[in-house]
Design a protein around this ligand. Sequence first.
Ligand code: NAD
Length: 475
Amino acid sequence: MYNHIQHYINGQWVDSTENETIDVINPATEEKIGEISSGTKEDLDKAVQAARDAFPSFSQTTKEERADLLDRIADEYEKRKDKFIEVIMEELGSPVNFTTEVQYPMGLNHFRATAKLLRDFDFTEKRENSFIQKDAIGVAGLITPWNFPTNQASTKLASAFAAGSTVVLKPSTETPFAAVLLTEVFEAAGLPKGVFNLVNGTGSTIGDGISSHPDIDFVSFTGSGGVGTKIMENAAQDIKKVSLELGGKSPIVVLDDADVDYAAKTAISHIAGNTGQVCTAGTRALVPESMHDDFIQAVKNHISEYPVGDPKDKSTFTGPQVSEDQWKTVQDYIQTGIDSEATLVTGGTGKPEGLETGYYSKLTVFTNVKPDDTIAQEEIFGPVLSVITYKDLDEAIDVANGTIYGLAGYVVGNDPDNLTKTARSLRSGRIVVNNEPADFTAPFGGFQQSGIGREWGDYGIEEFLEPKTIVGLPS
Ligand code: NAD
């Protein structure tokens, strides 16, 4: 059992002002694996005060000191590899291979990449008669979702520490234990007390408290659009800066010269990886009309290579949804697809055979989906793919850009001109050509309703800074 009914405030674990707790469930077994404290506004006030008190001295440390700190954090993170993998598997139901190869290193990569960029980062700049100095923004409130428990927190924390900001983190109640492990990492790395504070609790109490707190200068949020709106509304009351990393409905544009097996496997891996619970998942495959039948056949041929099952089993590619609520939402969307004029290729409602316990969904693919169908427009956050056909590349680009989102886009094919034209025309924050791996030094974030602001690397650091212009500084 992972019981963490305390908060981490001012460098120590402290009791909550109330005794209320929240159960944490392993979604693969539906069993309780531990509990966390349901924090109160008083707990949050104490954490914010600790962060405020730590800010004057931490913000004055040198960038070299903070870069060294980030490297020490990365070293301590690496020492706990097995623990991170175990915790993420248990609380998220993330399969062992995916956890080891994707979940675990993503958090680590942010600390390493940010440390490296920080050493070359200019906090000052000279223009004509002005001197620009970038100051740490102050106390940041960080609110994170459950789908990548260490990644979502680590990108924010690496940037905040690099900038010299102090923080209060509120992780998701579904996956709070990875943040407890991060706390252990920070302690071991010698992070000064009060720089990092952790308050567990519900979105309606702690999340809402962060976005409306008068002593928090900046809210960095990752999660759903609905909550993002509430955060902006709260933050608007005292003109608090916000950064929002929200949802997506990303397209995979398959060019007419693409290898059809490669394209089909790319599309399946997007809905199967992390059980489709990925903000950047390519969930709309745009396929040339002439390739459609071959593409669908290739999907049928390859789908069994992505088995759904027990996260602890090394042959499992796809685990359960994170919670019963999330499972029900996914099931409702699959039913919506079945009730539409789209054609069900594979999957459907219900649990896969033999997986009655656990919040498992079937990998589900629909074709003959129209661009405006609900399943092609709304984020499902589950293993559901919509295949849409197109006549020519201009139509494909129009359809690809035809949602309220703009977080990511994917292009699969060979012709350099068409790859370039498509990649450069997609209106999204991150475009991936032929499954190129991520670059942790490059910005991450969304156009349109996928968000405001950028994370990762030096763009992430900038979010935690305020540029100050000084004219007439004696030289
Ligand atoms: P969510 O919005 O329900 O919750 C995210 C966090 O916000 C949680 O910690 C939650 O407790 C908190 N919260 C809930 N209500 C709140 C309120 N009123 N005020 C402040 N905080 C509140 O999202 P989720 O279900 O945890 O995650 C899934 C969503 O996150 C999806 O929409 C997904 O696309 C998005 N997401 C985006 C990115 C990105 O980088 N763009 C990455 C991962 C997930």
